[in-house]
Design a protein around this ligand. Structure first.
Ligand SMILES: [Zn+2]
Length: 83
């Protein structure tokens, strides 16, 4: 496994799955990318800043789950640098 953020080579058990679609519960027909633990922590930390605002902006609790997840994904991917 290779960390997509820093390029570190990882053992499978040390890698954290990263799904650029933001939906790691739908596993069928997917391949996952991987982050090392330090990058995974950093990624989660970044996304928690302003999480509440992002949830509100995505209409959490006021729209159906699918729409919410799509909006939330769009909003949060603005902050990532993996592409
Ligand atoms: Zn890394």
């Amino acid at each position: 496994m290779t960390c997509i953020a820093c390029g570190e080579t990882l053992d499978r058990e040390d890698a954290r799955e990263y799904d650029k679609h933001g939906d790691r519960w739908t596993r069928e027909g997917k391949t996952f990318e991987y982050l090392c633990k330090p990058c995974d922590r950093e990624y989660c930390h970044q996304n928690r800043e302003g999480l509440e605002e992002t949830l509100l902006a995505a209409d959490a609790g006021r729209t159906d789950r699918k729409t919410f997840l799509r909006r939330f994904c769009e909003l949060t991917t603005d902050n990532e640098n993996f592409d």
